[in-house]
Design a protein around this ligand. Structure first.
Ligand code: URP
Ligand code: ZN
Ligand code: ZN
Ligand code: ZN
Length: 459
């Protein structure tokens, strides 16, 4: 395949060039490539941005959260991702049966994705408890299995206490893995939730009142300090939703601590006013949507470099059925929202086209930094010779109003219904194969491959 005359963008710059793809890899990037194998398919990308495919490092496909199983599996989830310009996901494994080890849960997830994923994938390990077996498995997970990042939760059923967090951080640091964390203060949330329910405050909007931003910011600060105590263990904060948490991240980075932060489109584009809507249940997720003014603080973080990645936290439940379980009690509503198909167009439209970030910064946030932090670079996240030919072609002139009818997931709503996007992914290419074109899915279940990731580089 030869992609001609596009504006080729990587995390550093943009230039007019052609890209030649041979055997699923990038063979050449140069102006006016004129020699190519016979039978090469030629794609005219005049006026289009040609960028590394998106890497979404925060999805929850096929997850069982106890009160519900998410409506997207690795087929419908990766199909939606592909149609939105994403060519790789790093999914967060859910919790397994009580006491299960790391290899057990990896086998379960590999089985989920094996014959279903349409684009490449990996998983973050999940630490649901700490004991000698788990600690001793970690090195093998990194070196043999290629799982070089692990998730800890400070809230939900399998939250870790401080001692377990410290032991996990210390060992993960030692075996060259990146620790990622869902930071919320569980005790504060539990107390507030109990008080609200006792007062009869059960409507969806009280979900947000039960876990205000200080619950998250406190846990971020705590994790940063525990990571320091664990010998400067590298730490990645997932789904950052507010400016106070961001200030703690900034402080740690000023002190040269290896800390990175991810935010998600919902925290940049939606806010707590959604909880006043009649369909407020659609927006129940954790951390919850925040006051309007937090949005601009996060944009500032994207612009000044203190936020490193944008991922989705796609965790879908149907509004018609599953979300309704929270109708009379917010605490019975499964937490999470869909979004995997909208990340690239929303950030492109609201970030690049509105002039907040450059096309290169867009690539950095959606592909390059995810690849660097999660051990995929330079196989993914760039357009260098020899890299996987994972690409997205964006038309900056295409205007699309998002409606759920256009999307390819297996839920029944989008939180971004009726939002106007300027700029849209016209073609997605996964290892040289067109998997989506003009809003139409063209991939195949089982074509996605499990990617072994490299150990986390030490500072
Ligand atoms: O509410 C959310 N975000 N559900 C998915 C699990 C998580 O916390 O990331
Ligand atoms: Zn093993
Ligand atoms: Zn989370
Ligand atoms: Zn999540």
């Amino acid at each position: 395949m030869l992609i001609r005359h596009g504006i080729v963008v990587d995390h550093q710059d943009e230039k007019k060039a052609d890209i030649l793809i041979v055997d699923g890899k990038i063979a050449d990037v140069a102006p006016d490539i004129s020699s190519y194998p016979a039978g090469t398919r030629i794609i005219d990308a005049e006026g289009l941005y040609v960028m590394p495919g998106g890497i979404d490092v925060h999805t929850h496909f096929n997850i069982d959260v106890g009160i519900a199983r998410s409506s997207d599996d690795f087929y419908t989830g990766t199909r939606a991702a592909a149609c939105g310009g994403t060519t790789m996901v790093v999914d967060h494994m859910g919790f397994g049966p009580k006491g299960c080890n790391l290899h057990h849960q990896l086998a379960v997830y590999k089985d989920y994705a094996k014959d279903t994923a349409v684009i490449d994938y990996s998983f973050h390990g999940v630490i649901q408890h700490i004991n000698d077996e788990i600690l001793s498995e970690m090195a093998d997970m990194v070196e043999v299995e290629g799982i070089s990042s692990f998730k800890l939760y400070l809230t939900y059923g399998y939250k870790l206490d401080d001692e377990s967090v410290l032991r996990a951080l210390t060992q993960l640091n030692k075996v060259h893995a990146l620790t990622t964390v869902h930071p919320e203060n569980d005790a504060a949330i539990a107390l507030r939730r109990a008080q609200l329910l006792e007062e009869g405050k059960t409507a969806p909007k009280y979900h947000a009142e039960s876990r205000p931003l200080e619950c998250e910011a406190e846990a971020i600060a705590r994790m940063i300090n525990l990571a320091k105590l664990a010998g400067d263990a590298p730490l990645y904060i997932v789904h950052l939703s507010n400016g106070l948490g961001l200030d703690y991240v900034r402080l740690a980075r000023q002190n040269k601590q290896p800390v990175w932060a991810e935010t998600c489109p919902q925290y940049l584009l939606l806010d707590e006013r959604c909880y006043e809507r009649e369909d407020a249940l659609k927006f129940i997720l954790s951390p919850p949507l925040r006051p309007f003014e937090e949005r601009e603080k996060l944009w500032q973080g994207l612009m000044d470099g203190s936020i490193d990645t944008v991922a989705t936290d796609h965790c879908s439940f149907t509004y018609g059925e599953q979300k309704q379980r929270g109708k009379d009690n917010f605490s019975a509503c499964p937490n999470g929202m869909p979004g995997v198909e909208n990340r690239m167009p929303l950030l492109f439209s609201e970030g690049v086209m509105s002039g907040r970030i450059s096309p290169s910064r867009f690539v950095e946030l959606t592909s390059y930094m995810p690849a660097k932090l999660f051990g995929l670079y330079p196989q993914k996240g760039c357009l260098a010779q020899g890299a996987d030919a994972d690409l997205v072609l964006f038309d900056p002139k295409q205007q699309v109003t998002i409606t759920h009818d256009l999307l390819h997931d297996n839920t029944d709503y989008t939180p971004y219904e009726d939002m106007n996007c300027l700029g849209w992914p016209m073609m997605t290419i996964s290892r040289g194969q067109v998997v989506a074109c003009n809003g139409e899915f063209m991939g195949k279940a089982g074509n996605g491959r499990f990617v072994r990731r490299k150990p986390f580089p030490h500072q």
